[in-house]
Design a protein around this ligand. Structure first.
Ligand code: FDA
Length: 305
């Protein structure tokens, strides 16, 4: 119930505009958001790198409705790639296609995303395409497939919650383009297309992890804070004698820092998704949806001087 409510709120533009104006919410956003500027995110990534943790940074923004906004997003990503290079921090970038104009024009989106991937290729780095809600699934996969015709330095995100996912992953593996961040899925979806029960999502995630981690030519980024999923991955890796750096774990900035540090110390490749920017509202609401108890953190900030 609460999950659906927060996902519903995440889509309300008027509420977003209101919340972004309130000073205390900005302070509370720091729980999951590294800062507003590119310089701030580089500093956070430097600290993570100091703990042997890699990063992928995301300049927050989604659902843009004009070409100008989409072009701005592209320009920002080109700048952050330069900054990553100059600062020497170890970080990829992650982006959302609706921030790059997917809902404005598929052609525009392809043009802008390919210029970011092209630049990343020149700098020897990598671009991960996030997965958004189901009206975008097919189009996101199509853009990814097109990008892979030209570039190998990009990957996609796939959600274990969707029924279609096993087929999607098999298709990517068969085509030799399965560089996949596997996550549970952060959006509210109908039971006609997604598993309604968490236990089924979890079971699917384990099954897909087992398949992907040994599939020929595939690379798995296991994106979860769920200790059951992490333990299942570790067991599978040990059982098949796979090396600890043949895949990676990924977690979100600000969530289970203890576990992030523990996995890095155990020698696993650990990457943290570090969002930054002023457009944090929908991202933040999805984090509340995943764990409504996070709301207490927001409210406690309200009463702090
Ligand atoms: P689960 O929800 O079962 O949580 C397990 C435990 O993790 C909880 O008991 C709690 O301890 C902790 N936890 C989880 N969420 C928390 C939160 N918000 N606050 C505090 N603690 C929390 N989704 C998507 O649809 N598209 C995408 O592109 C991405 N990208 C992405 C990148 C990375 C690096 C990660 C880690 C996740 C995503 N996601 C995503 C989000 C993902 O789909 C999922 O919603 C969250 O990771 C929560 O699911 P868990 O696997 O952590 O398990």
């Amino acid at each position: 119930m609460l999950r659906s409510f927060f996902i519903y709120l995440s889509k309300l533009r008027w509420l977003r505009d209101l919340i972004l104006k309130l000073g205390f919410t900005r302070k509370a956003s720091r729980r999951f958001v590294a800062g507003e500027s590119a310089e701030e995110v580089i500093e956070v990534i430097r600290q993570l790198n100091g703990q042997n943790i890699l990063a992928t940074c995301d300049h927050l923004g989604e659902d843009v409705s004009t070409e100008a906004d989409a072009r701005d997003a592209r320009d920002h990503y080109l700048q952050i790639l330069d900054l990553i290079q100059k600062s020497g921090v170890k970080s990829h970038v992650s982006l959302k296609l609706t921030q790059f104009g997917l809902d404005v024009s598929g052609e525009l989106c392809r043009e802008l995303v390919s210029s970011v991937i092209e630049k990343a290729a020149q700098l020897g780095t990598f671009v991960r395409i996030d997965m958004e809600d189901s009206p975008h699934t097919e189009r996101t996969l199509a853009v990814y497939r097109d990008m892979r015709k030209e570039y190998s330095n990009c990957g996609i995100v796939i959600q274990a919650s969707l029924y279609r996912t096993a087929d999607d992953i098999k298709g990517l593996v068969d085509d030799g383009i399965a560089n996949v961040r596997l996550c549970k899925g952060a959006y509210q979806e109908s039971s006609t297309i997604a598993f309604p029960h968490k236990a089924d999502v979890d079971a699917n995630m384990v099954k897909l992890m087992q398949y992907l981690i040994t599939a020929p030519g595939a690379y798995l980024a296991m994106a979860t804070h769920d200790e059951k999923m992490i333990d299942a991955t570790k067991r599978w890796v040990a059982q098949y004698n796979l090396s600890k750096d043949s895949f990676e774990f990924q977690m979100l900035y600000g969530i289970r820092r203890d576990l992030q540090q523990q996995l890095a110390a155990e020698g696993y490749r650990m990457r943290v998704y570090v969002p930054y920017g002023t457009e944090w509202y929908p991202y933040y609401m999805r984090r509340l949806a995943e764990r409504p108890a996070n709301l207490w953190f927001v409210l406690s900030n309200f009463f702090k001087p």
